[in-house]
Design a protein around this ligand. Structure first.
Ligand SMILES: NC(=O)c1ccc[n+]([C@@H]2O[C@H](COP(=O)([O-])OP(=O)(O)OC[C@H]3O[C@@H](n4cnc5c(N)ncnc54)[C@H](OP(=O)(O)O)[C@@H]3O)[C@@H](O)[C@H]2O)c1
Length: 330
């Protein structure tokens, strides 16, 4: 039994820049290697980021016995294949969001993790940040009475057609990329998954969804509106409406990253009171969550059941947008 996670990173993805510092900083993690689809790219990247080992293929990294945990920041359509291969190689896994592109894929991945006795954690950093726990506590204490409605937005302008987010076969689409946050945030507030959804979408000529607006109905009576898109300015926001007041979050999905401080506002009769929450790098939170789950057996605050509900809701939203009618969530 080891006391350290010895990490390998699978690919030279852009998002790695957020994970490399916390992995290096955490006392219970060591960054051992990075893999790329070719040796030259892996070596150049390892040199640039001060990573000891470079692997010329993803499988070579998985075959390395001195690595016991991997970070998978691959295009969305590759999460399923490489998480299963990593589990079969006995590695604990932090896999980027969205975990998979279907409920069946989530179930396969969960089964592989269970069969090989490893932890599989979807990298929803904000769900492991203290902001969300503080929000849930505040809601539980009844600060805004009974929650009735949730509205969330996540958008930025994306026009580069070579970006993985605009390539359908790679799992492109703004709901997969951004809206997965909105849906998972509603899950955290409603404390369940919706029973029914309805959505409208806008797609490119190549059939990739670039804007989606959806309604989610929960069994407990809460209704949520999620909207996301690559067709308008950068903004994330969330408003929770209760019987005695509202809560606004200006940075629901990237707390304490760049210029986005954590915390929220409590609004009653147009009077706004700021509630600060602990400041922490959310990417360090997810590194620590994998450490605690893999090394101490402490369940992560975001479970595979949450991942499954999130993916089921996204799939239903896309089905609804295509069919033009409400769809029940699986
Ligand atoms: N949690 C967050 O805050 C956050 C933020 C951004 C992105 N993400 C997630 O992280 C993942 C990666 O996003 P990213 O923006 O970092 O992507 P990216 O920069 O395009 O990187 C993806 C990497 O995958 C590898 N790859 C393998 N097959 C590929 C293919 N057919 N086309 C393109 N790349 C391929 C490439 O690495 P090699 O060439 O080295 O093999 C590439 O560098 C996505 O799942 C995304 O949703 C999460």
């Amino acid at each position: 039994m080891t006391n350290t996670l010895n990490w390998g990173i699978i690919s030279t993805a852009h998002i790695n820049r957020r994970l490399i510092p916390p992995i290096k900083k955490s006392g219970r993690s060591t960054l051992v290697g990075v893999a790329s689809r070719g040796p030259a790219k892996a070596q150049a990247y390892a040199a640039e980021w001060g990573i000891p080992r470079a692997f010329g293929s993803y499988q070579e990294l998985l075959d390395s016995p001195d690595i016991n945990a991997v970070y998978i920041p691959l295009p969305n359509n590759m999460h399923h294949e490489w998480a299963i291969k990593a589990a079969q190689a006995g590695k604990h896994i932090l896999c980027e969001k969205p975990l998979a592109l279907s409920v069946a894929e989530v179930d396969d991945m969960a089964q592989a993790a269970q069969d090989n006795n490893v932890v599989l954690l979807e990298a929803f950093q904000y769900r492991m940040h203290p902001q969300i726990a503080a929000l849930q506590k505040t809601l539980g204490e009844g600060l805004i009475g009974e929650v009735k409605h949730i509205t969330t937005r996540f958008s930025f302008v994306l026009e580069d057609e070579t970006n993985i987010r605009l390539i359908k076969e790679l799992g492109g689409g703004s709901l997969w990329d951004l809206g997965c946050y909105n849906v998972s945030f509603c899950q955290a507030v409603a404390q369940s998954d919706p029973v029914e959804v309805f959505a409208w979408q806008k797609t490119t000529a190549a059939g990739v969804e670039i804007s989606l607006s959806g309604q989610l109905r929960y069994e407990n009576g809460i209704v949520a509106h999620v909207h996301c898109g690559f067709d308008r300015s950068f903004r994330m926001s969330a408003t929770i409406e209760g019987t005695t007041g509202d809560i606004d979050l200006s940075s629901p999905f990237l707390p304490d990253v760049d210029v986005n401080p954590s915390g929220f506002s409590h609004i009653v009769d147009r009077v706004e009171t700021r509630i600060d929450t602990p400041v922490k790098d959310p990417y360090l939170c997810e590194v620590e969550a994998l450490e605690a789950a893999a090394l101490d057996g402490v369940p992560a605050p975001y479970t595979l059941a949450h991942s499954r509900g999130n993916i089921a809701t996204i799939v239903a939203l896309y089905q609804s947008a295509e069919q033009g009618k409400p769809v029940a969530v699986e």
